[in-house]
Design a binder for this molecule. Structure first.
Ligand code: 5RP
Length: 233
């Protein structure tokens, strides 16, 4: 049983790597690159590090402190997001996506910066292993919602009216705190049938900083599948 699980997780890692490699091939010398967060994005960051080592002049904007540290360890030059008016390519992961290229993100808690970076980006490439493609969004993965701690109870009550059951994400027995000092609610809303309407309702709740539904923000999704990759456009 253990061996079967190990093989499955090796296969998933292989798919993440293949997707990351395919995404990095889009990068051209001189570009500004958005660096996503999470284990799949980390594979891409390693490859981008190799490009820099081989003489590519790139500038990067990380979506989290962890990503920044990893990028710096590969000598990828980091710039301030306020020093440019757009990002050429961003490579980021996802927790779930469907055929309509709607994503759920925020498993790592970096959703707010990820959404800002995606919004500033001309070509947003999402990379994922094949387990992330789902028929029904929200059933397996709860929707992360970043909230101002002061408003968390109020937001949870509002989410309850929308049919959502929320838990405050924990780390080490305390509320998990995002890079921007906020909390994350992991919200069970069942099958998310109408992401756009839900997204609008969530955006109207005072105290919600950002939610993990990414709609019309992915230009390409590259999914590793076995020994190869599939692209969604
Ligand atoms: C972090 C994210 C990540 O992109 C998402 O959680 C996917 O992570 P992984 O590649 O480790 O599965 O949204 O906020």
């Amino acid at each position: 049983m253990k061996l079967v699980k190990k093989k499955a997780s090796e296969a998933i890692e292989k798919e993440k790597q293949l997707a990351a490699l395919a995404a990095v091939s889009y990068i051209q010398n001189g570009q500004v690159i958005g660096l996503g967060s999470g284990s799949t994005a980390n594979y891409a960051i390693r490859e981008i590090g190799k490009l820099v080592q081989n003489g590519f002049q790139l500038k990067a904007i990380p979506t989290s402190k962890k990503t920044q540290l990893l990028a710096e360890s590969f000598h990828i030059p980091i710039i301030d997001s306020n020093s440019i008016d757009h990002i050429d390519i961003t490579i980021d992961g996802a927790d779930e996506f469907n055929d309509d290229m709607v994503l759920i993100k925020g498993g790592g808690g970096a959703l707010f910066r990820e959404k800002i970076v995606a919004s500033m980006t001309r070509k947003q490439i999402i990379i994922a292993d094949s387990s992330k493609l789902v028929r029904h969004l929200g059933l397996e993965f709860k929707l992360p919602i970043e909230v101002i701690p002061f408003a968390s109870n109020y937001v949870m009550n509002r989410l309850h009216i929308l049919g959502g059951t929320s838990i405050i994400r924990q780390k080490g027995g305390k509320a998990f705190v995002t890079d921007l000092g906020n909390w994350i609610l992991d919200v069970d809303l069942g099958h998310i049938r109408d992401p756009l309407s839900l997204s609008r309702s969530l955006d109207e709740i005072v105290g919600v900083v950002c939610h993990g539904l990414f709609i019309d923000l992915a230009d390409i999704i590259i999914m590793g599948k076995g020994e190869t990759t599939e692209a969604f456009l």
